[in-house]
Write a protein that binds this ligand. Sequence first.
Ligand SMILES: Nc1ncnc2c1ncn2[C@@H]1O[C@H](COP(=O)(O)OP(=O)(O)O)[C@@H](O)[C@H]1O
Ligand SMILES: [Mg+2]
Length: 139
Amino acid sequence: MKSFISKSLADTEKLASEIAIQLKKGDFLALYGEMGAGKTAFVRGLISAIMPECLSLVHSPTFAIVNEYEGNELTIYHFDLYRIKSEDDLYSTGFYDYPASECIMITEWSELFEGAIPQNAIKVKIEILSDNERRFMVC
Ligand SMILES: Nc1ncnc2c1ncn2[C@@H]1O[C@H](COP(=O)(O)OP(=O)(O)O)[C@@H](O)[C@H]1O
Ligand SMILES: [Mg+2]
């Protein structure tokens, strides 16, 4: 496990870009942390590093449940599990039908459906330390 302290939104975006460049097709990135922790900010940093053509599409997919970023070489599915109420609901969203081996999957609020997170997922846990400080744990 690696731990990082971010002191600003810019720090978080930089950390995300460093992780982003190591990602490859088939990876699953599970984000953890409460409201306002910086999960969506992290995704924005990640997309800006590897798929800048999709940056304008990044927002919290709370209502849509999933955003699709179709880049030139890669597709990323960005889920927000916050509003999903049950395993059945999750199943109905088609979560298990996405071509996970052909794309990158990202989930916000992964703690709500730990059973749906693959064992080999890259886990990014974010803790709010103060208004502008966050602790990131990556494992
Ligand atoms: N170090 C930091 N890293 C990330 N976001 C930060 C940081 N400091 C302050 N913020 C603020 O926290 C909020 C994070 O929001 P967001 O990324 O939407 O969170 P989440 O998706 O986890 O609910 C933003 O308003 C951002 O400006
Ligand atoms: Mg969010």
